[in-house]
Ligand binder design. Structure first.
Ligand SMILES: Nc1ncnc2c1ncn2[C@@H]1O[C@H](COP(=O)(O)OP(=O)(O)OP(=O)(O)O)[C@@H](O)[C@H]1O
Length: 227
C-alpha cells in the first residue's frame, strides 16, 4: 500500500530538523505514532504534496507520487489525497452543506447555500447531518464538525486519506463512536487511511500497522518493513 524513502531538512536561523525515513507496509490502516515535534505532520505534508522531499520516493496505493531520481512530483491536487486536519479547517462563512459541496468544487466560486447535488445529499445522510446542513461551523457540535470535514474530504473520492489526530478534540464517548464509524468507512471505501495519533486506544482499535517516529527517524514499525 505504501512504500517510501525520504529525506527532508527544514532549517530556520535557530533550528535544523531532518526527517529521514524508509519503510514499506501493505496494510490499508497505518498509524503514525511519536512524540511532539518528531516529524509526524511533516510526513503527512510530504505525502499530500504540501511539502517536497529533498530526495527519495513515495509510492502510495499503486501510484508513484514522488521520485527524485525520475523527476516525478505529482502536484497536490493530482495526488487525490484527502487531508483531515486536527481542527477540521471548515470554512466559517459556509454552511455544513456548502462545506461538503466545496469538496466537489471545480471552479473558483463557492457553492451556493442551496446547491443541488446527489453526492452531497448522500454524504449528509450517511453522516446524519441532514438536520444540521444549513448551520454554520460555529453552530455545529464537535462531532458534527468532524463529520462535515470528513464528508468534504471523502466526497472527492480520494485515493487515500490522511488524518492528523482526528479525534483529539472530541469527548471520549464521541471519540469511540467516530473511531468505529471511521473503521467501518475504511472497510467500505477500501482506501488507505494514514492517521497520526498519540492515543494508545487508536493503536489498538484502528491500526493494522504502526510506524513509530522519533526525532525524524524510524524508531520502530509493526506490520511493515524498514527500508
Ligand atoms: N522551518 C523550520 N525550520 C526548522 N525546523 C522546523 C521548521 N518547521 C518545523 N520544524 C521542526 O520540524 C519538526 C517536526 O514538526 P512536525 O509538525 O512534523 O512534528 P509532529 O511530530 O507532527 O509534532 P506534534 O505532535 O506536536 O504535532 C519539529 O521539531 C519542528 O520544530
Amino acid at each position: 500500500m505504501i512504500e517510501l524513502q525520504l529525506e527532508k531538512t527544514l532549517t530556520s536561523p535557530r533550528r535544523r530538523f531532518q526527517l529521514q525515513l524508509g519503510f514499506t507496509c501493505s496494510d490499508q490502516r497505518l498509524l503514525v505514532y511519536g512524540p511532539s515535534g518528531s516529524g509526524k505532520s511533516l510526513l503527512l505534508q510530504l505525502l499530500g504534496g504540501l511539502q517536497t522531499p529533498d530526495s527519495g520516493y513515495i509510492r502510495l496505493a499503486g501510484r508513484t507520487l514522488f521520485d527524485a531520481d525520475h523527476k516525478i512530483n505529482l502536484p497536490a491536487r493530482q495526488r487525490r489525497i484527502a487531508y483531515l486536519f486536527q481542527d477540521y479547517a471548515l470554512f466559517p462563512h459556509l454552511t455544513a452543506r456548502q462545506n461538503i459541496a466545496f469538496g466537489l468544487r471545480r471552479g473558483l466560486l463557492n457553492p451556493g447555500r442551496n446547491i443541488c447535488s446527489q453526492a452531497v445529499d448522500q454524504w449528509l445522510e450517511r453522516f446524519s447531518l441532514q438536520d444540521a446542513q444549513h448551520l454554520y461551523p460555529y453552530q455545529l457540535s464537535g462531532g458534527q464538525r468532524q463529520r462535515t470535514a470528513l464528508a468534504r474530504a471523502l466526497i472527492m473520492e480520494p485515493a487515500a486519506v490522511l488524518l492528523d489526530e482526528p479525534f483529539s478534540a472530541l469527548d471520549p464517548p464521541l471519540r469511540q463512536h467516530m473511531r468505529e464509524q471511521l473503521a467501518t468507512l475504511q472497510s467500505q471505501l477500501n482506501i488507505p487511511m494514514i492517521m497520526i495519533s498519540h492515543d494508545p486506544v487508536d493503536l489498538e482499535f484502528f491500526a493494522a500497522a504502526v510506524v513509530h517516529i522519533e526525532n525524524g527517524q524510524l524508531a520502530g514499525i509493526d506490520n511493515g518493513i524498514p527500508i
